[in-house]
Design a protein around this ligand. Structure first.
Ligand SMILES: [Zn+2]
Length: 245
C-alpha cells in the first residue's frame, strides 16, 4: 500500500518522469487544473497515471476577458466526456485579485451548478474569501467540497467541519503559525494534506515530495502517529472523491 495522498496538486505542470516518481509513493493525487487547456491535459494524464484523480476547472486568477457563460459551457462539455471526479481549482479570491471579485462570484456560481447537476466534488480556492466561498458552496447544496490551503478564521473552519467538508494542510505549515494552529485544531474527519505544487511560496518550492515532512510535523504537533494521519487523510480523500477505500 502506497502511503501518501495529495489533495491538491497541479500535476499538469510536472514532467512525465516526475509523475512516474510520484506514482511510487502516492496512492492518490488530486490533480487540479487552471483553465480549459490544462483541464484537457489533466484528463489526458489521468488516463496514463491511474493515481491521478482529475479535476477540471478555471482558477479565479485565470478569469480574463472570457465570456463566463461560454467558459462554463465548455467546462461542462469536458465533464460530459466522463472521467472527471471533481471541479477545481475553482473559487473566490479577495487576496490577490479582489478587482475581479464580481466576475469570480458569477463564474463560481455557474461552476457550483455544474457540481450540483453532476454530483461532483469541488476543490476550492478561497484566499481571504473563506466565508463567502463556504456560503456559496452550502447555498448550492454541493455535497462534497475541499477548501484547499485553509488559512481562514476558526469559526469558518468549524462551519466547514460541521457541514462535512474538508480542508487541506499545505507544507507552508512550517512557515505560518496560523496555518499550524489550523492543522492542530481541525478534527481528523476534515483533515487532508496537499502540496499545491509546483509553486514557489516564501522561499519554499511546493512539491509533493514535501508531503511526508508535512504529515510528520503535524503528527508531532498533535501527538499522534504519522501512520494514523496517513490513514485518515486517505480515507477523507476517498470519501471526497466518492471512491471505494
Ligand atoms: Zn492550486
Amino acid at each position: 500500500m502506497k502511503p501518501f495522498t495529495d489533495a491538491h496538486c497541479h500535476a499538469h505542470e510536472f514532467s512525465d518522469a516526475e509523475l512516474e516518481e510520484f506514482g511510487e509513493s502516492f496512492e492518490v493525487i488530486i490533480a487540479v487544473s487552471d483553465d480549459l487547456a490544462s483541464s484537457e491535459r489533466t484528463l489526458v494524464l489521468s488516463k496514463r497515471y491511474a493515481f491521478l484523480a482529475p479535476c477540471v476547472g478555471v482558477h479565479p486568477w485565470a478569469l480574463g476577458g472570457d465570456d463566463l457563460h461560454e467558459l462554463a459551457k465548455r467546462l461542462e462539455d469536458l465533464v460530459r466526456r466522463g472521467g472527471v471526479l471533481c471541479l477545481g481549482e475553482v473559487g473566490l479570491d479577495l487576496a490577490f485579485v479582489p478587482q475581479t471579485f464580481e466576475k469570480q462570484l458569477e463564474f463560481f456560481r455557474m461552476v457550483l451548478d455544474i457540481a450540483k447537476d453532476y454530483d461532483l466534488a469541488v476543490n476550492v480556492h478561497a484566499a481571504k474569501a473563506w466565508r463567502q466561498a463556504l456560503e456559496e458552496v452550502s447555498a448550492k447544496g454541493v455535497r462534497r467540497a475541499l477548501f484547499h490551503w485553509y488559512n481562514g478564521p476558526l469559526d469558518v473552519l468549524s462551519e466547514i467541519v460541521a457541514r462535512g467538508y474538508l480542508i487541506s494542510v499545505n507544507p507552508t505549515v512550517r512557515l505560518s503559525a496560523k496555518h499550524l494552529e489550523i492543522a492542530k485544531k481541525v478534527p481528523l474527519s476534515a483533515l487532508t494534506f496537499e502540496s499545491d505544487g509546483p509553486y514557489d511560496y516564501r522561499g519554499l518550492h511546493l512539491h509533493p515530495r514535501l508531503i511526508p515532512e508535512t504529515v510528520s510535523l503535524v503528527a508531532k504537533e498533535r501527538g499522534l502517529d504519522e501512520s494514523e494521519l496517513l490513514v485518515v487523510s486517505k480515507e477523507n480523500i476517498m470519501k471526497f472523491l466518492d471512491l471505494e477505500y
